[in-house]
Design a protein around this ligand. Structure first.
Ligand SMILES: Cc1ncc(COP(=O)(O)O)c(C=O)c1O
Length: 385
């Protein structure tokens, strides 16, 4: 079976050395020396002198901490085209998710739908998601939020190491939150990183430390701190990040060369330009009437593990369907129904990419033999040079 994900964390010999200060100081949590070095390295590498990094226990806790730090109340706008954690964090912070549709081209919150929603309903914040870690320009969403006086928070779970148009991701909205979960490109097992201006960072640190400040408890908070062990793995993972991303970019380029005939026939690959994501996976959007589940099962039977993200859309899950829909979500429904994601690992050999592409093409041919063309190619079809 060609596995969908093959987590590649730095081997122990690379991160044990980073752990020494914790043992020397008998300090294993609560913003210990390894944690602080990790925070400093992340800030230097991704902060551009304007933002600082706060390591957190995971991205869900990081999103909750940012929402708590901003003291959101009432409704918070989120996409339904995302992983459950985005909306779970809103609930955890004591607010209510209000689902908004995404854009058919960018797969991120649709600025027009958001504008209409904020005109019609009050919300105290907006959380957008860099779907699949795509690193697009979020200026249109920032403008809508600025006009309505609400903060924009960016769930960039899968985007660490990517570049937006010309700049490393991490600088949109009031804060960006990353997940170095084992399944991500920057993988440490369990962990999270918040990148935000220093003043907000102080409130985020307070929110992940029980609301403590100057020896007093001043706000609602959680225990969302990152351990010294995870921070040591993070320092070693940072050393390897560029190599992992380069390998994944080469893999995507090879995939897209193999899949070119399908892209010509209208299958749409992740709309990444002008940014360059770290490529956790390669999402492919099929025709609206394509049976993505049948294709996935056919691929699994043939030895290729595909996954369907983000499926089901949150507004159709048992927990979240009781929360507010700003409008109907036709684009979300369309994307969720017919998207499949290809396996992607940093150490995928060319022969494995070739085999995965061949299995996928065969399954696609078998599944959609009768339909031609799948649908008209659009400008969103991604090409890598
Ligand atoms: C879009 C999105 N947000 C948040 C998360 C949650 O990250 P974590 O597991 O670090 O809490 C994920 C996890 O995959 C995700 O995909």
């Amino acid at each position: 079976m060609i596995r969908f994900i093959k987590p590649e964390l730095p081997p122990p010999e690379r991160w044990l050395a980073y752990l020494q200060p914790a043992y020397q100081n008998h300090w294993f949590s609560n913003f210990g020396p390894v944690h602080e070095l990790f925070a400093q390295r992340l800030s230097e590498r991704f902060g551009n002198g304007r933002r600082v990094a706060v390591p957190v226990a995971n991205a869900t806790a990081g999103l909750e901490a940012v929402l708590r730090a901003l003291e959101v109340r009432g409704r918070v706008v989120v996409p339904s085209f995302t992983f459950a954690a985005t909306a779970q964090a809103v609930l955890a912070a004591g607010a209510t998710p209000l689902f908004c549709d995404v854009d058919p081209v960018t797969w991120e919150l649709c600025p027009t739908a958001l504008e209409e929603l904020l005109d019609a309903q009050r919300a105290s914040a907006v959380v957008t998601v860099r779907a699949f870690g795509l690193c697009r320009d979020l200026a249109p969403l920032e403008s809508v939020c600025a006009r309505h006086g609400v903060p924009l928070i960016v769930d960039s779970a899968a985007a660490l190491g990517g570049t937006g148009p010309g700049v490393p991701v991490g600088h949109a909205g009031v804060a960006e939150v990353f997940s170095p979960h084992a399944t991500k490109v920057f993988a440490i097992g369990e962990g999270g990183v918040v990148l935000c201006p220093a003043r907000l960072a102080a409130a985020v640190r307070r929110a992940i430390n029980f609301g403590f400040q100057d020896g007093d408890v001043v706000a609602c908070g959680v225990n969302g701190k990152l351990s010294e062990f995870a921070a040591a793995i993070g320092l070693a993972a940072l050393d390897e990040l560029q190599r992992h991303i380069a390998a994944r970019r080469a893999t995507v380029a090879r995939y897209l060369r193999h899949l070119a005939p399908w892209l010509e026939r209208g299958v749409i690959a992740a709309p990444h330009a002008p940014g360059e994501p770290p490529w956790q996976t390669l999402p492919l959007l099929l025709a609206p009437d394509a049976d993505a589940e049948a294709l996935r099962q056919r691929c699994v039977r043939a030895g290729l593990e595909l996954r369907r993200y983000y499926h089901p859309p949150l507004h159709r899950t048992r927990l979240f369907r009781r929360y507010g829909l700003g409008r109907t979500l036709p684009v979300t429904d369309r994307l969720c129904a017919s998207m499949v994601c290809m396996p992607l690992h940093a150490s995928m050999k060319p022969s494995l990419i070739d085999a995965a592409s061949a299995l996928f093409s065969q399954a696609l041919t078998d599944t959609f033999h009768a339909r031609e063309p799948i649908h008209e190619p659009t400008r969103t079809s991604a090409r890598l040079a």
